[in-house]
Design a protein around this ligand. Structure first.
Ligand code: TRP
Ligand code: SF4
Length: 404
């Protein structure tokens, strides 16, 4: 049974913003690297999402995508375990986005908090566009086109996954009703064989009559393992189990990524827009240079002035990189002016440089062999497309668009 979670497909996207930094690594990528061993993972470059805000700078897009992909590979996102691809190379995302737009109330999009927030934040850009309003729905299409079960995202994206659930529910409600549903369900149950049919009916009763969530989950797992029934029948039986019509687009769950503890060079969150980053492919001298120039407790004007680590962004880095012994040394040395700030930064400089060594090595390999990077992405595009194509066939059929 240890293979059960594998059935959940994990999907996440990242907007290509160019070379990635330590904030991405500690916040998002380490999590992807862990997930790729536990689930069937799909990770993609959300280039269309980048265009919703940066439609005026198309010239930076391609380089940003390749830089981002190289950084994924350099930190250990493994194309042997996870499918890596580019959103716009899988046009099914766009088709599903369009089809979902037919049933998505405007209010749902206008009410998503990021809509107004981002418009406020990016005032210099004109974001009163159709594309920007549709940002979360495009994201819904990204997720639903793979029927993903889990979507690793940061706090700021949870509302988008929530909306995706609502869109899926509405879709299934409208298009999951079909003539002869009950008859088809009955025929499908028979196809599972006597034993499984009996088990299915029992589990369904337990869930529907007693609200037994475990029975629901066991029932879903039972259906996943059926080899004798078609995808359409599986959707009917999943829906029938829950008491709805056919579930064509399953509702995903957000998998909340814990907020990164990685501070930027000024103590704020590390972010390109604050110009406080250390890039993953930053050269070691530059890394040392940036850290040496980092501000410290403003009260330590002279070497002989005692300081307070709580008021110092360098201390936040010790909390990420240093062991108890080093931390005790900092606390004591800072408060007593026993150590200077450059001394204090020494172990951080060493730790970050060491952390980046294997990343640089791998990045160099890929920089030298861009053909390999392209090949990885082409294979990922094809694999993703295959899954997306199947979903679209079903969606078109449900929406009356399958002309024969
Ligand atoms: N909007 C996400 C972000 O800004 C990126 C994204 C696009 C995404 N499509 C997605 C994340 C689908 C998860 C699933 O971070
Ligand atoms: Fe910050 Fe360290 Fe200097 Fe104290 S000694 S102010 S913790 S850099």
């Amino acid at each position: 049974m240890s293979s059960l979670p594998k059935q959940q497909r994990v999907l996440s996207g990242m907007r290509p913003t160019g070379a990635l930094h330590l904030g991405h690594y500690h916040g998002v990528l380490k999590n992807w690297i862990k997930l790729q061993h536990e689930y069937e993972c799909y990770f993609f470059a959300a280039d269309w999402h980048a265009l919703t805000t940066h439609y005026e700078d198309p010239q930076i897009l391609e380089q940003s995508v390749w830089d981002m992909v190289i950084d994924w590979l350099a930190v250990g996102v493994n194309p042997g375990s996870a499918t890596l691809f580019i959103q716009s190379r899988v046009p099914e995302h766009a088709e599903l986005h369009l089809l979902l737009s037919m049933i998505t109330p405007l209010g749902w999009l206008e009410r998503v908090p990021s809509y107004k927030d981002q418009q406020e934040k990016l005032k210099e850009r004109d974001l009163a566009t159709y594309g920007f309003l549709g940002y979360p729905l495009l994201q819904s299409a990204d997720i639903l086109v793979y029927k993903a079960g889990l979507v690793p995202v940061g706090e700021d994206q949870v509302a988008h996954v929530e909306m995706t659930r609502e869109v899926a529910r509405r879709f299934n409600h409208i298009y999951g009703r079909e003539v002869g549903f009950e008859d088809k369900v009955e025929a499908a149950i028979k196809k599972m064989g006597k034993k499984n049919a009996k088990l299915y009916n029992e589990l369904r009763r337990k869930y529907q009559e007693q609200g037994d969530d475990e029975a629901l989950q066991t029932g879903q797992a039972l259906l996943e393992n059926q080899q004798n029934i078609t995808l359409g029948d599986k959707e009917r039986l999943l829906g029938y189990l829950e008491g709805s019509g056919r579930i064509i687009l399953p509702e995903p769950d957000a998998l909340l990524t814990p907020a990164s503890k990685m501070p930027g060079l000024d103590g704020q969150k590390m972010s390109k827009s604050y110009a406080n980053t250390i890039a993953l492919r930053e050269d070691p001298h530059q890394v040392a240079q940036k850290l040496r120039k980092m501000p410290t407790d403003p009260a330590r004007v002279r070497r002989s002035d005692p300081g307070d680590p709580e008021k110092c962004p360098v201390w936040k880095l010790h909390q990420v990189y240093s062991n108890d012994e080093v931390r005790a040394w900092v606390q004591e040395g800072c408060r007593s002016a026993g150590i200077g700030c450059l001394d204090c930064k020494g172990p951080i400089i060493d730790a970050i440089q060491a952390e980046l060594v294997p990343i640089h090595e791998r990045a160099q390999e890929y920089e030298k062999d861009l053909g390999l990077v392209r090949k990885i992405i082409h294979e990922g595009n094809d694999k993703a497309r295959e899954v997306a194509r199947q979903t679209l066939t079903e969606v078109r059929q449900a929406m009356g668009l399958e002309y024969r």
